[in-house]
Design a binder for this molecule. Structure first.
Ligand code: UDP
Length: 240
């Protein structure tokens, strides 16, 4: 027997914006159901799906701190709490579709979510539950991208799926240049050298270190998360 195609265990990074309308704020019920449906469909592909959810639809610490009244360390705590809110919404969205899910937090919020415990996360995944990692890394001055590469490394994920608003990595800004060309693959070194604003350099470096490929793909295209889990050639694969 040849192994089944696709990835066994994935970490899917969803920005907070995936839960609201483009450039919107907070959580939009319709967008939530759409993204929950996409995640649930991806689980049906047979893989284990862990999600790291962002919080930019609620608070971005650096932006809030720049207004000058709130220390960034505190603004970042507020941002991390925003990811907890998003994770709870996503869990409810998934479970309303019949897909079991659990929320594991890097911040202590024990009355609303389980603490992040590696073995527990893996056990949930083995039982077919979607694991939603919230609270980022638990540390200020980080982003949820850092959390995504960290968790991917920690749970030995086969791939980090980076859901974005563009369908991959281009040689120049596709919005401004009609002749921009999308890469099918890109090395970590190139991704870092190009200083792509798609993901933190530190996250690329961490995945390079652990040999975890990153698939950059368009989250709003229906069926794309499932296609990514199946290992289809969508978007751009950043790898060794
Ligand atoms: N954050 C943090 N530490 C982390 C992850 C997130 O302090 O490890 C805070 C930070 O203020 C950030 C906010 O949470 O701006 C929301 O996360 P992010 O901006 O990564 O969300 P996304 O852009 O993915 O929606």
């Amino acid at each position: 027997h040849s192994p089944p195609p696709g990835y066994g265990r994935v970490v899917l990074k969803l920005s907070g914006e995936s839960l609201c309308e483009a450039n919107g704020f907070g959580i939009d019920g319709n967008e939530l159901q759409v993204i929950a449906g996409e995640v649930a469909a991806a689980v049906k592909e047979g893989g284990q799906v862990a999600v790291v959810v962002g919080g930019g639809n609620i608070i971005r610490g650096a932006t809030l701190a720049a207004e000058g009244h709130i220390d960034q360390a505190v603004a970042d705590q507020m941002g991390m709490l925003g990811t907890v809110i998003n994770g709870l919404a996503l869990k409810e969205g998934l479970e309303s579709l019949g897909q079991p899910a659990r929320v594991l937090s890097a911040l202590a919020v024990s009355s609303v979510a389980e603490p992040f415990i590696r073995g527990r996360a893996i056990r949930h995944l083995e039982k077919g539950r979607v694991v939603i990692f919230v609270g980022g890394t638990g540390n200020p001055f980080c982003t949820t991208d850092s959390a995504a590469s960290l968790r991917a490394a920690e749970i030995n994920a086969d791939v980090l799926l980076k859901a974005t608003k563009v369908d991959g990595v281009y040689d120049k800004d596709p919005k401004r240049h009609g002749d921009a060309v999308r890469f099918e693959t890109l090395s970590f070194d190139e991704a870092i050298a190009r200083d792509l604003d798609i993901m933190d350099t530190g996250s690329f470096a961490q995945c390079r270190e652990r040999d975890i490929p990153i698939l950059v793909f368009d989250m709003k295209k229906p069926g794309n998360i499932a296609a990514a889990v199946r290992g289809e050639k969508i978007g751009t694969v950043v790898g060794a």
